[in-house]
Design a protein around this ligand. Structure first.
Ligand SMILES: [Zn+2]
Length: 474
């Protein structure tokens, strides 16, 4: 046993002896230099490299960043940018991991390419809300609040609430629902975009084959459209463009996405047109007129109770009327009336200016003649509120003002016992005594007086009796 121990000691001693290197020996110098090189290069290594992180998207290395925080910042940036247009950050369901490493500092200069890589590889979505009308999705918005806001503004677009127009109830006739959806950022629209789309309505385009004897005007009438609308559906076409039977054209109609049903009380200041009283004076020559007393319009405050569908009156009745200023009648003295003239004088005259021209291009909503047990004294031509209409022939304005059931009305005397009347206007652009020429704009289409919707009620009056305008319109 003792022997063994001593031999062991000896062995160790031997080893030590073997490895002892005198400091002056070449072996020691080489070793020292090697050691210093290692220490030195470690220092170089630590100063030329940096801690970094690989971004791993769904298990795939997608670039390098200085830190996890920096990586998260870049991802947030990419997602925010995708939702920027709708002011809502996109989200991702991608699995994102970071692998911490040390890399050569130069490698970190490639952060821009990391961002580009993220833009390419990162999948994203938006938490949006779908707006469904009668079961059909019509838009996706960023939030429920945005949907409510759009619907409210759409109602206001039609109901036009104001101090003079108090809305008592408003609702949609279609069922409306909203549903949370996860969609691509470009599928979500801003509230103002959706509102604009809703306001401009749903466009439907159908094809129409030209029939024998069709004209732009006839096509419009057949399809309950206006000539301008038919032309607008076919870019490049004008009223003078020739059409041939068999030729195909497009008919584009616009209908609202949503129907707003509202009730309200409207107060409006209206003009009471003065009456014109005529006296005959045998001392004046035939056809001569003298204004004995100048008339002046009155003013009244009328309160209506109404029900509307998309801003158009369904029912409208006067609940109160206050006269602010009474009208003063105009007294006109006339010479003795001349002999009655024949209808034929209407179609006389020179070339294309003979007869009377359409005062408005639009569908015929009602013809002259018997209607529901009463007699309709004119032609109802459809138009939009504010659409200008023109004088059917040259003449002198003999009435321009409120005409009871006619609403705001214009009467033109064309001479030779011929007069034309224009009723239900929203505005009159001429005044009594004014001379107008054929085709001159004299008023704007409206729905005033006894009217169920915007249109122009047009009468042709021959020697005091109404006549069928279609017999004289060219
Ligand atoms: Zn009418």
């Amino acid at each position: 046993m003792k022997k063994f121990v001593s031999s062991f000691k000896i062995k160790i001693k031997e080893i030590r002896t073997q490895h002892r290197i005198p400091w002056k020996s070449p072996k020691f110098i080489v070793g020292a230099i090697t050691f210093m090189v290692v220490i030195g290069s470690t220092t170089v290594y630590l100063t030329s490299t940096s801690s970094a992180a690989y971004i791993i998207v769904n298990g795939e290395k997608t670039g390098i960043v200085a830190s996890v925080e920096r990586g998260q910042y870049l991802i947030d940036n990419v997602l925010a940018k995708r939702g920027k247009a709708i002011n809502k950050a996109a989200k991702t369901k991608d699995h994102i991991e970071y692998k911490l490493v040390r890399v050569n500092k130069a490698e970190l200069l490639g952060e821009l390419s990391t961002k580009n890589e993220l833009e390419k590889k990162l999948t994203s979505y938006i938490d949006g809300y779908a707006l469904n009308v009668a079961g059909t999705q019509i838009a996706i918005l960023p939030s429920q609040e945005d949907i409510q806001k759009v619907l409210k503004l759409y109602q206001d677009f039609y109901t036009k609430p104001s101090d003079n127009n108090k809305i008592s109830s408003v609702e949609f006739s279609e069922s409306i629902s909203t549903k949370p959806v996860e969609v691509q950022p470009d599928q979500v629209k801003r509230p103002d975009e959706v509102l604009k789309e809703l306001e401009s309505g749903k466009t439907t385009t159908t094809e129409y084959t030209i029939q024998e004897n069709d004209s732009w005007w006839i096509i419009a009438r057949k399809n309950n459209m206006k000539t301008q609308e038919v032309l607008a559906s076919n870019p490049g076409m004008t009223e003078d463009s020739r059409i041939l039977a068999g030729q195909k054209i497009k008919l584009t109609s616009v209908s609202p996405y949503l129907t707003v049903i509202s009730k309200g009380i409207l107060t409006s200041k209206e003009i009471i047109a003065f009456d014109v009283l005529t006296e005959t004076d045998e001392k004046l020559s035939s056809g001569e007129t003298v204004v004995k007393e100048q008339g002046s319009d009155g003013e009244k405050l009328v309160t209506y109770s109404y029900q509307q569908q998309n801003g158009k009156d369904i029912t409208k009745g006067v609940v109160d009327e206050k006269i602010i200023k009474s009208p003063v009648s105009q007294i006109v003295v006339k010479g003795p009336s001349r002999a009655p003239i024949s209808v034929a004088s209407l179609s006389r005259g020179s070339g294309s200016t003979s007869g009377i021209a359409w005062p408005l291009r639009g569908s015929i909503n009602s013809y002259y003649g018997n209607r529901h047990g009463s007699f309709h004294t004119g032609l109802d031509i459809g138009g939009d509120i504010g659409e200008p209409y023109t004088a059917a022939a040259s003449g002198t304005i003999v009435a321009a003002g409120w005409g009871g059931g006619y609403g705001n009305m214009i009467l033109i005397n064309h001479g030779n016992g011929v007069m034309t009347r224009y009723a239900h206007s929203s505005r009159l652009l001429v005044s009594v005594g004014q001379k107008v020429s054929r085709g001159q704009t004299i008023g704007l289409v409206g729905s005033t007086g006894n009217s169920t919707g915007p249109h122009l009620h047009f009468e042709v009056i021959l020697n005091g009796d109404t006549a069928n305008p279609l017999s004289y319109l060219r």
